[in-house]
Design a binder for this molecule. Sequence first.
Ligand SMILES: Nc1ncnc2c1ncn2[C@@H]1O[C@H](COP(=O)(O)OP(=O)(O)OP(=O)(O)O)[C@@H](O)[C@H]1O
Ligand SMILES: O=P(O)(O)OC[C@H]1O[C@](O)(CO)[C@@H](O)[C@@H]1O
Ligand SMILES: [Mg+2]
Length: 540
Amino acid sequence: MESLPNPPVPQKIGADSNGSAANSNRLFDLRSSLSSVKLPVRNGAEVKLRLGKKMGSEARLCPKIEYGDGGYVLEDVPHLTDYLPDLPTYPNPLQDNTAYSVVKQYFVNLDDTVAQKIVVHKNSPRETHFRRAGPRQKVYFESDEVHACIVTCGGLCPGLNTVIREIVCGLSDMYGVTKILGIEGGYRGFYARNTISLTTKSVNDIHKRGGTILGTSRGGHDTIKIVDSIQDRGINQVYIIGGDGTQKGASAIFEEIQRRGLKVAIAGIPKTIDNDIAVIDKSFGFDTAVEEAQRAINAAHVEADSVENGIGVVKLMGRYSGFIAMYATLASRDVDCCLIPESPFYLEGKGGLLEFIEKRLKENGHMVIVVAEGAGQDLLVKSMQSMDHEDASGNKLLLDVGLWLSQKIKDHFSSNKKKMSINLKYIDPTYMIRAVPSNASDNVYCTLLAHSAIHGAMAGYTGFTIGPVNGRHAYIPFCRVTETCKKVVITDRMWARLLSSTNQPSFLSHEHIEDANKEDEPSTESLPNDHDVRISDGSI
Ligand SMILES: Nc1ncnc2c1ncn2[C@@H]1O[C@H](COP(=O)(O)OP(=O)(O)OP(=O)(O)O)[C@@H](O)[C@H]1O
Ligand SMILES: O=P(O)(O)OC[C@H]1O[C@](O)(CO)[C@@H](O)[C@@H]1O
Ligand SMILES: [Mg+2]
């Protein structure tokens, strides 16, 4: 084993209250200015810990990095044995399970990893990989030892109940676990609310309902109180379902659990209707939301088409990312213009939105506009008094772009200069779209997420988020899904497809395009460092 590096050395976090190094020397609180720290050799490969991007004033624990041949990089997730090296293992009970034992190679090979980038050139380095999700031959928990809990945090999303159901049923059916607690009302439920016992019977039908049977909340993340509660209740597997904020909270819980040297696996299941979680292909509930949005767009189209100069405006969710609006528009084919946060637009003058509306009305007699809630916020702030309010989790509260835009359009066409009579209907289905139960494909997806999370926790992995990367489920370090937010890349082909389907102006000047291209570079060339990985919209 290599010795630890000399100063500047990151502060060790494995020390217990007496200052002794209770934990392994592999894990550090990365508050140093080093970009990476060489660590002891593991599986014959050099292991490195690297600094995450700063989030506020906090530095986050970063992945264990392993390097292999041909530029291969594994961004590994923590394992309980990183700080509890002598944990015993047990044979995976799945090998005696009649349903699974027939599957050839059911267990995942320990060395299997999933490539983050699959479009490569002949001489491209292999680059970033994540540990493949799935059941392992050896587990680190005996079935009757497991005491699991599930919590849901942040906004609602179709499929929450399905994930809860499948964690309960998966733990029970696959691993014979019976002690499963539901934490009510989000993070604060750990210390301020009741818990409910979850059984396969009590969750049997819940996937048919929208929302979350556990309740949810924003704010109220008190790491110490939460970990005290986990410790006091003897919980040893924590399944945390939520968006970017929730995963940051899960990361803080993981760090504290590790600091206390507890045998507790922390598994994150990414949730966000906005589909803005980095690295993973898609978040659950997104397909359902896009499907549900069709009903609102259809209504807007019917209304607009039935009157002279009819305009239907539909506002959809998407705080920082316009995925719902983009996919709902592409799916519908009735939309004339889609406005998203990533693509700035302007109203007045040549090439502006109002000019386009007039043109489209003259051509077709009606039009439909889909606007994501985070679009045009810069314009709103200029023309309205900015409120600068935040929700309990610290997310900025947005001004209502749908109402604002509708009013601007009405004002424009009723002005003395224009005097064109229009008939505008504004539809705001935002909460209807996320309060519905998940559709069939999301249900299957939720099941896979739940199973992957369970297999990971049983196998002793911790501090991970689960999700599909290029179609294969992988264990992803928390910092990789929290350091950046996935956005629509407006210079990618998917946005070009949208522009060509709606025939709307791009509202982009030549300089905008140049800037966007610069930001997105390089696309398929080798990436300069792991934090600059370009977040794509899955274009083909
Ligand atoms: N940086 C952070 N550290 C610890 N906890 C956090 C952090 N950010 C958010 N949280 C906690 O995570 C929970 C959910 O956060 P938030 O309300 O931002 O929703 P989210 O998980 O991002 O989901 P979504 O935005 O998709 O609705 C809250 O209880 C909040 O206190
Ligand atoms: O009204 P709430 O519950 O705070 O949620 C609204 C936000 O939640 C999201 O749906 C993300 O979960 C955003 O699109 C939206 O801005
Ligand atoms: Mg969020």
